[in-house]
Design a protein around this ligand. Structure first.
Ligand code: SF4
Length: 473
């Protein structure tokens, strides 16, 4: 059964003094937030700092620990939290801590190229539904095999970009050399293996950094190493069960990820209760065409994110490789109980005046951003009135009567545009065409036009229809 934390479970282990130090007025309100995954137990300072709650703290940490532990990479303000999962599927409980995506660089790059690529990773951004979708970490691979070179590259990255780092080397010497330079920035150590685990365990303990355990294709070894690390008090662990992408091995990789997550959540197997790491970048080790590799990296990343990868290392910085992965991540980590919406009200497109047309739509975020973008593309100055459709698309909200002619009319009346405009031309969505007659009656003095069904047709509609209608209005 999924281990869903209830507010009462948390409340029982809090000091129950309602002191307000956590920012909530009552311990119960704080407990509800912790159970929902939106507040950190550490915010209850009395629990962590007052010795009289020592025993309570011990129980509280146990109660609040999710079946998949959360692991922090980096230091504030540039830190990433991975894992922290309580359920297998997001319809059971909202997912937090979106899959973190790292892009690799190597210490064989010359200084200028290294900094240039790192800055490109840091500045990569794609805006969708009002959210900025970004990359999260830089994975520095030790290709040179020269500890000093690896450390120098790590230093250069730390000085030029603020994204957290993953230090990738199986050599404890190279790892220590880099950690002496950037260890205070809490990079992820990648990786401990069955060959080097003793030295890597010491480094993780000494520098207090999270560590990835890598055991490609050998889950028993992965569990055994994780148990050993836990026994030694090192618990900020990430598991890399291996990413195999050729033929049937991809199916095995996917089922290994699913099996590990199921064991952690449904069987509460502590040895695998850690974030999972995938490396879609391995496709670049194969022979073949560059475009094919980009496509393969993109779909493998999307598949493994679907199958519980909490952290991924990719190679391509190509927009079309990353865009589907980032969009998919945004979808997986959107709260399914809360439709993405924007605030109802009047939005200006360009520089509208008292003779500009008025467009009206619902407040589903995707609708708003598409309509806004298409209006901007048509180079028109206009008002966009956003009506409360409860975050549902126009078509569905019209069918479900969440959007009605009365609601559109009310939005126009309360917008103040009635008094402001000399020409009163209202363009309603094509999918709400049936409201046009009723709206003419509800809004005397307004000319109501039916716009296109699809917002991508707005530029053509403006050119071919609206300009003419505005002249005759
Ligand atoms: S800080 Fe702790 S004790 Fe104080 S109100 Fe918040 S949860 Fe309760």
């Amino acid at each position: 059964m999924p281990k869903i934390l209830r507010p009462l479970d948390v409340y029982k282990v809090l000091p129950q003094t309602n002191c307000g130090a956590c920012g909530e007025s009552t311990c119960m309100a704080f407990a509800a937030k912790v159970a929902d995954g939106v507040a950190d137990l550490k915010l209850c300072k009395p629990l962590f700092e007052d010795p009289k709650y020592k025993d309570k703290l011990k129980v509280a940490l146990e109660v609040a620990r999710p079946p998949v532990k959360d692991v922090v990479i980096g230091v504030p303000p540039s830190q990433v939290v991975v894992g922290g999962k309580r359920v297998m599927f997001r319809h059971e409980l909202t997912f937090h801590n979106p899959t973190a995506i790292a892009i690799d660089v190597t210490d064989e790059l010359d200084e200028q190229s290294l900094v240039k690529r790192a800055k490109a990773i840091e500045s990569f951004v794609f805006e969708r539904i009002g959210q900025q979708l970004k990359l999260n970490l830089i994975a520095l691979r030790c290709v040179s095999d020269v500890p000093e070179k690896f450390a120098k590259a790590a230093d250069l990255l730390a000085k030029n970009v603020s994204l957290p780092l993953i230090l990738c080397s199986y050599s404890p010497d190279a790892m220590e050399e880099a950690l002496t330079v950037v260890g205070n920035k809490r990079p992820l150590i990648y990786a401990a293996t069955k060959e080097n685990w003793k030295e890597m365990l010491e480094l993780a303990d000494k520098y207090k950094c999270p560590i990835a355990i890598s055991s490609p294709g050998d889950v028993n070894m992965l569990k055994s190493l994780a148990s050993t690390f836990m026994g030694a008090g090192v618990e900020d662990i990430i598991l890399d069960p291996g990413t195999f992408v050729k033929g049937d091995s991809l199916a095995e990789t996917i089922s290994t990820f699913a099996m590990l997550r199921r064991a952690a959540i449904e069987r509460e197997d502590k040895a695998v209760g850690f974030p999972l790491m995938a490396v879609p970048a391995v496709v670049w080790m194969e022979e073949g065409d560059e475009v094919d590799k980009k496509m393969k990296e993109s779909y493998i990343a999307s598949i493994l994110m679907t199958r519980f990868a909490d952290l991924m290392v990719m190679h391509s910085l190509d927009f079309w490789t990353l865009m589907p992965v980032l969009v998919w991540r945004q979808n997986i980590y959107t709260d399914p109980r809360v439709p993405p919406s924007v605030k109802p009200g009047v939005y200006e497109i360009g520089k509208p005046t008292d003779v500009s047309p008025v467009f009206i739509t619902g407040n589903f975020a995707l609708t708003y951003f598409l309509v806004k973008g298409d209006l901007e593309n048509s180079k028109i100055d206009a008002y966009l009135v956003v009506t409360d459709s409860e975050g549902i698309s126009v078509e569905s909200s019209v069918a479900g009567k969440r959007l009605t002619a009365e609601k559109f009319a009310e939005a126009i009346k309360t917008s103040g545009l009635d008094r402001k405009l000399k020409k009163k031309v209202l363009v309603i969505p094509g999918r709400a065409a049936k409201f046009s007659g009723e709206l003419e009656e509800l809004l005397p003095g307004w000319k109501v036009l039916v716009g296109p069904r699809d917002s991508s047709d707005i530029p053509a509609y403006v050119e071919k229809v609206l300009k003419r209608e505005m002249e005759s209005a």
